[in-house]
Ligand binder design. Structure first.
Ligand code: FMN
Length: 172
């Protein structure tokens, strides 16, 4: 297995973390990986808020019930976007940045978990509002997700890849 596929296969959602802080150098690499992501028209609409402050992490963990573990992680990355810069594609652009960051985290022995925040459709806007309020994020900036980051506390569960039957060659 080549190194990149190994890191991809070893990524899993980590919801328990050791107390050890994330070294600044490792954090920089994770952020750099995110910022290398592709984006439609090279708009790069993303902004990332790095949160280590305990009170803010505790507040972010109250975003919704599936975020309750977030304050266990020493770092929370808040992935946001200038929606006006890329009205149609900001979700895809930011998602690519999130995945890059999560894969680089594995490479550094770190764990992460994507916590969805974005409102719209049948998803409530209040989750984004909650995060905006804690971090002073301006109204025009959308919040895609929180990504917890830290050294994983086992056990955590690696999942097999999705079924190859879902890959179609030449036609459906
Ligand atoms: C858009 C999105 C939103 C997610 N939101 C949450 C969440 O709010 N809380 C959580 O614990 N996990 C969340 N996850 C993680 C998924 O539950 C997880 O990726 C999935 O169960 C597969 O497990 P794995 O990441 O270990 O492969 C989210 C993942 C994605 C892609």
């Amino acid at each position: 297995m080549i190194a990149m596929l190994k890191a991809i296969a070893e990524r899993c959602s980590v919801r328990k973390y050791k107390l050890d802080p994330v070294p600044e150098e490792a954090l920089q690499e994770v952020l750099e990986a995110a910022l290398h992501a592709p984006s439609a028209n090279n708009a790069r609409p993303w902004h990332i808020v790095v949160v280590t402050d305990e009170a803010k992490r505790q507040a972010l963990a109250k975003t919704h019930e599936w975020a309750s573990f977030a304050d266990e992680a020493p770092v929370i990355l808040v992935f946001c976007a200038e929606e006006e810069r890329s009205p149609h594609w900001w979700i895809e652009d930011c998602s690519a940045a999130v995945e890059n960051a999560m894969i680089q985290a594995v490479e550094l022995g770190l764990g992460s978990c994507w916590i969805g925040v974005r409102g719209g459709g049948d998803l409530p806007a209040r989750h984004e509002q909650h995060v905006r309020g804690i971090l002073g994020i301006p109204a025009g900036i959308r919040v895609l997700c929180l990504v917890t980051l830290g050294y994983p506390q086992p056990p955590f569960q690696l999942k097999p890849p999705g079924p190859m039957e879902n890959v179609h060659r030449e036609a459906w």
